[in-house]
Design a protein around this ligand. Structure first.
Ligand SMILES: [Zn+2]
Length: 352
């Protein structure tokens, strides 16, 4: 199995869970006030027209081409938009890899796949208009924009053919754009996504809000708006551990800093975290006072994601709990950039 496949599988075991007696104030790394008021927040949700303009301008110097993709005929379209259409409407396997054979050779489709091939229909020969015909005026544009700008594939159609993981459903346009309330809170270049899954999924009706795959589940729809943003940022934070083939959250250094030990399966955990999470494993930290939240006490991965969240949105808490974790996150994830006050913002976001 290729390394990138393993990297995709690992986040399946880290999920954000909602159903606990603990309030969000102590359960997660940043309180509402500190999250909403954190320095250097860069949120700028684009409008529909801004997204269309951006797509046109950013592709205007492309080579243009005419060809049929997934039964739609395109004429004289920018190469980058044709590529985006392909990844947003083609079958991806459970590891998130696009299967080029599915489109080029339908004889290879299984009957189950064939039955579930969406009946794309568009009278337009332009990528943007075809996307609007297939996904709706707003969502069609947003999917192109997010894939182009951030390398995230939020199309349910890319992931809902058999065999698949979960039950992807279309994003609500306004819900999807909540991504832009948080993704630019991280310094430019933090994420190097390419065709990375970012789906709304209806597999879980209760409990699990999301995971680092990234899937966002139905309970996310019912949490407060600020916490919806927090949840997206938390799942993005997990992905900061998996950049460049690394697994920072499972590294010896990180586990040693957090004094993490994995108990053999079935061994009674003397310090069970009071949070229900079927995926958290049987981990115990010998330094629970150095974690930023109850949720961080689940396992080294949640400790990492929550420490990143505290570093970004409530850094004093992380400094107070563990200066060693603060330094680790500062140097390994944020390349020295800090967010202790708004005077740090210029350094963080106005780099050439
Ligand atoms: Zn998590």
């Amino acid at each position: 199995m290729r390394v990138s496949n393993l990297v995709v599988l690992v986040p399946l075991f880290v999920s954000l869970v909602a159903n606990s007696a603990a309030g969000t104030e102590t359960k997660y790394a940043a309180r509402m006030e500190s999250f909403v008021g954190a320095p250097c927040r860069n949120s700028n949700t684009p409008t529909l027209n801004e997204m269309i303009d951006w797509l046109i301008v950013s592709s205007k110097d492309d080579r243009h081409d005419s060809r049929i993709i997934n039964r739609i005929e395109f004429i004289d379209q920018p190469e980058s938009l044709l590529h985006l259409f392909t990844i947003l409407t083609s079958y991806h396997d459970p590891f998130g890899k696009m299967d080029a054979n599915v489109d080029s050779n339908p004889l290879h489709w299984s009957w189950r796949q064939f039955k579930k091939i969406p009946r794309y229909f568009s009278r337009s020969t332009s990528v943007i208009e075809a996307m609007q015909d297939i996904f709706g005026n707003e969502l069609g544009v947003a999917l192109l924009y997010i894939a182009a700008r951030n390398g995230l594939n939020a199309s349910h159609l890319a992931y809902n053919l058999e065999p698949h993981v979960g039950n992807p459903v279309p994003w609500d346009f306004h819900d999807l754009l909540k991504l832009y309330r948080v993704i630019d809170d991280f310094p430019p270049g933090s994420f190097s996504f390419s065709d990375k899954r970012f789906t709304r999924d209806s597999s879980f009706k209760e409990g699990i809000i999301g995971n680092a795959v990234i899937n966002i589940y139905d309970p996310w729809l019912r949490i407060e708006p600020w916490f919806q943003e927090y949840a997206i940022a938390h799942e993005l934070a997990h992905n900061l551990a998996y950049q460049n083939g690394l697994s920072l959250d499972g590294s010896t250094d990180w586990k040693s800093i957090g004094r993490w030990e994995e108990l053999p399966p079935g061994t009674p955990n003397p310090n069970p975290v009071p949070i229900e999470d079927i995926f958290k494993g049987n981990w115990i930290t010998r330094a629970p006072n150095e974690t930023v939240s109850l949720y961080a006490q689940s396992n080294p991965s949640e400790d990492f994601a929550e420490s990143v969240m505290a570093y970004r949105y409530d850094p004093e808490i992380l400094l107070q709990k563990s200066a060693t974790k603060y330094t680790f996150i500062r140097d390994s994830v944020f390349h020295g950039l800090q967010f202790l006050s708004s005077s740090d913002c210029g350094i963080a976001f106005n780099r050439p």
